[in-house]
Design a protein around this ligand. Structure first.
Ligand code: AP5
Ligand code: MG
Length: 216
């Protein structure tokens, strides 16, 4: 099953994708994670996109479509793909349809995670991840079981994203409303869209996504 998790910054896409990977053997394709990895490894492309990402603007369609193409052609997709943070523009959505077709696959459903802007500020400013394995946490909603120690790998170093500040978040939200929200209509018209309440608890959102996948 191939699915898109669609929602604004902080909607919970990465949190839910990680659980789907663990439980359903799906492959998470997060363009945000791929771009951050390119920055960390110091590639030319990573250097080129760093400022754009920190300001909260969108990276060019050409770059992100290239990243997704590479993954679709090489990753083992027996459990299906979760597209997290991609597509983000109508051009990316068209490209995804064509890429899936070219590898003999199709899109099963798009789960729109509905949240309101006020909740997003708290989610984004409270977010941090394990510096070793990348497991995601939140100052209030998801703390490690043992303070200062990652539940998943036992790591003790944590980090926060450079774009997780209120200024950058404003730009990211505007980019979502201007460039990404038209995808809601696009996938509704293609009879792929299911919308769920992303403001509920992490476990309740997980149940809604499971129900949406059953319904796909
Ligand atoms: P990306 O990394 O995709 O960031 P984003 O879309 O802004 O989304 P986030 O990762 O911030 O949020 P999320 O929905 O994953 O939330 P999370 O689960 O972490 O993109 C970053 C940048 O890269 C972009 O700005 C752009 O520059 C570039 N880029 C990436 N893809 C691109 C593309 N396709 N085209 C062009 N440019 C692209 O949750 C957030 C926090 O809330 C966590 O702490 C979590 O623990 C907590 N939380 C989660 N769910 C709940 C809940 N139900 N209740 C309470 N707390 C919760
Ligand atoms: Mg994310």
């Amino acid at each position: 099953m191939n699915i898109i998790l669609l929602g604004p910054p902080g909607a919970g896409k990465g949190t839910q994708a990680a659980m789907l990977v663990d439980e359903r053997n799906m492959v998470q394709l997060s363009t945000g994670d791929m771009l951050r990895a390119a920055r960390t490894s110091g590639t030319e492309m990573g250097k080129m996109v760093a400022g754009v990402m920190d300001r909260g603007e969108l990276v060019t369609d050409e770059i992100v479509i290239g990243l997704i193409r590479e993954q679709l052609e090489t990753a083992d997709a027996s459990g299906g793909f979760i597209f997290d943070g991609f597509p983000r523009t109508l051009a990316q959505a068209d490209a995804l349809g064509e890429l899936l077709q070219s590898v003999g696959q199709s899109l099963d459903t798009v789960v729109e995670m509905r949240v309101d802007d006020t909740a997003l500020v708290a989610r984004i400013t409270g977010r941090y991840t394990c510096g070793n394995c990348g497991e995601g946490y939140h100052d209030e909603a998801k703390k490690p079981k043992v303070e200062g120690t990652c539940d998943k790998c036992g790591g003790t170093e944590f980090k926060r994203r450079a774009d997780d500040n209120e200024d950058s978040l404003k730009t990211r939200l505007m980019a979502y409303y201007k460039d990404t929200s038209p995808l809601i209509g696009y996938y509704y018209a293609n009879k792929k869209l299911q919308s769920i309440d992303g403001l509920a608890s992490i476990d309740a959102v997980k149940s809604s996504i499971s129900a949406a996948l059953e319904n796909a």
